[in-house]
Write a protein that binds this ligand. Structure first.
Ligand SMILES: *Cc1c(COP(=O)(O)O)cnc(C)c1O
Length: 289
């Protein structure tokens, strides 16, 4: 595909950390955050086959959904810019001017922004709402909120094939669960995937099951989701999380993205301290952004 330069396979680095080693564990970071500065992490993997399907269908406009701070909205705008698609971002809530940094970026990459009030936004997948959007914007390729559909899950499967060390557990942060659904499908027998929910609520596992059924014919039994480390909910943070991020940055020179990645990493360290991972386990943590 033409487009932008992508660092693939993304780097895999082992962390030298006594807090992991003392439990007899090894921890590797899969640095998907380094794939491309404008299309970080799992967002490229999730969009890759979506744009291929859209192109094959001859559709030149991508339409997708998200909140005002959505990384998926930003990434869709960037992908549209580099791969020759018009993009429309349907944003939850009212317009606030000046645009925040995320939406200003999306707009600078040519994305048209439209706003749906919260009540209508909640019904965004209903036929009334999608029909209205298609009437207004013409033929569009619709990508769901967060980008999680079958094409996205297939793109995430490829992450596992890039890991060239033996490992036992593959960890990722979960927003919509699309990344977890995909990576778990790429595992070998005996390996497991562990998702860390970045938001409150119990709906994620059901969403992953549904997505795996749609994408791979059946849900897989090799994953689970930990819901203990959301730190108050989506985009909420606490002093303990901030301290962890500072400490991690000092030790490893990596600034953890706080909405998703830091919560997963905190969870991995906490579970390691609790003896959750059997000694000898090799853990790969996906740095999704
Ligand atoms: C979008 C995003 C996620 C969540 O991915 P899902 O597939 O929606 O679960 C995780 N980490 C980062 C950095 C993200 O931007």
């Amino acid at each position: 595909m033409e487009g932008v330069s992508l660092r693939l396979p993304s780097p895999l680095v082992e962390l030298d950390d006594e807090r992991i080693a003392r439990h007899g564990l090894r921890l590797f970071l899969k640095r998907d955050d380094l794939i491309n500065p404008e299309i970080p992490g799992n967002k490229w993997r999730k969009l890759k086959y979506n744009i291929a399907v859209a192109k094959a269908a001859g559709v030149s406009t991508l339409l997708t959904f998200g909140g005002a701070y959505s990384n998926h909205i930003r990434a869709t705008a960037a992908v549209g810019h580099y791969y020759g698609f018009q993009t429309i971002g349907v944003i939850r809530g009212e317009e606030h001017l000046p645009l925040n940094e995320s939406l200003a970026y999306a707009s600078s990459r040519g994305m048209s922004l439209v706003y749906l009030d919260r009540t209508t936004y909640r019904r965004k997948t209903s036929p009334e709402v999608t029909t209205k959007l298609l009437e207004r914007f013409g033929d569009c390729y619709l990508i769901p909120e967060g980008g999680s559909n079958s094409a996205a899950a297939r793109g995430c499967v490829e992450l596992t094939g890039e890991i060239d060390v033996p490992f036992d557990v593959l960890c990722c942060a979960c927003g919509t669960g699309g990344t977890l659904a995909g990576i778990s499908a790429g595992l070998n027998p005996g390996q497991r995937a562990l998702g860390f929910a970045a938001l409150k609520g119990d709906f994620l596992a059901a969403d992953v099951v549904r997505l795996q059924r749609d994408s791979f014919g059946e849900p897989l039994g090799n994953w689970s989701i930990n819901t203990e480390f959301h730190f108050g909910g989506f985009a909420k943070r606490t002093a303990a999380l901030d301290t962890f991020i500072q400490d991690f940055g000092r030790r490893h020179g990596v600034t953890l993205e706080w909405v998703y990645v830091a919560k997963m990493m905190y969870g991995i360290y906490a579970l390691a301290d609790r003896g959750f991972f059997p000694p000898g386990s090799r853990i790969v943590a996906v740095v999704t952004g």
